[in-house]
Design a protein around this ligand. Sequence first.
Ligand SMILES: Nc1ncnc2c1ncn2[C@@H]1O[C@H](COP(=O)(O)OP(=O)(O)O)[C@@H](O)[C@H]1O
Ligand SMILES: Cc1cn([C@H]2C[C@H](O)[C@@H](COP(=O)(O)O)O2)c(=O)[nH]c1=O
Length: 287
Amino acid sequence: MLPISKMKSFVSSSSFSTLSPYFPITASPTLSLASKSTQCNPIFTHLSNFFSLKTLRVSLPRNQGFSNQKRSAQIVASLSPPSGEVHVIVGPMFAGKTTSLLRRIQSESINGRSVAVIKSNKDTRYGLDSIVTHDGMKLPCWALPNLSSFKQKFGEGAYDKLDVIGIDEAQFFDDLYDFCREAADMDGKTVIVAGLDGDYLRRSFGSVLDIIPLADSVTKLTARCEICGNRAFFTLRKTEEKETELIGGADMYMPVCRQHYVSGQVVIETARTVVEEAHKVEFTTTA
Ligand SMILES: Nc1ncnc2c1ncn2[C@@H]1O[C@H](COP(=O)(O)OP(=O)(O)O)[C@@H](O)[C@H]1O
Ligand SMILES: Cc1cn([C@H]2C[C@H](O)[C@@H](COP(=O)(O)O)O2)c(=O)[nH]c1=O
């Protein structure tokens, strides 16, 4: 298998057919819309913009069935936008979200689909040209301030040929929902999103949870609790900073189970209070 770091390009040259991979033609004997009369009927034209072939079922006489099925499938294919997919991978830090995203992208690329990966340009830990896992697995990427700039930066023509878009560190993109909806619903892309569902205080992080209603699949991964080795669902911040967004790795964060999240928060809060009190004492004695 080709190692991710050796992938020829993060955009392969396989061509993208607008309709065929996304529109399985599975017409049943009764599944037919367009008899000659309905094709020219303005009511049909209006309705067919709102309903797919599966919703509007009109039975045809047996001898006309086959050719009409083909014809109606063609008509509906030309009316329906290509159907994409949204897959979401969440979990705490060190859970393997980036690893899983890169594996899926690699496998899509090996299957001949053209792929591109985006990460937030806020995360400068490993430079801006690659996505890197905590294990050092690597893939070239686009580091962007927002997702809406992707189409223009990537080039409209190249975007049209793309099959799969990977998004890492999704919690940092405010326009995640609109991007995923448009890419999957209108442009027929498979979008694979990896990000933190919760921040260090276990509050919903960015727009990651907002895209669950758009998703075909949602996978919650777990790490290993750094204190007891049990499954870790949460990320504990080891430092005193309080802002929500704070780029860092194992120096600042650790994955923990519920028990050690709760006790860890108490320890960190106590330590913070002790430090603050010590500063106050220092300030009053020197003033
Ligand atoms: N406490 C930990 N629990 C689980 N994995 C850890 C831990 N510390 C380091 N790792 C390493 O991190 C890897 C996952 O990295 P990565 O895919 O970048 O995770 P994520 O994107 O979820 O932060 C694991 O395969 C493991 O080797
Ligand atoms: C919990 C938490 C994390 N972050 C930052 C820290 C890292 O830079 C990324 C997460 O990276 P990973 O690929 O999931 O390991 O997010 C943050 O800014 N705020 C937080 O509360």
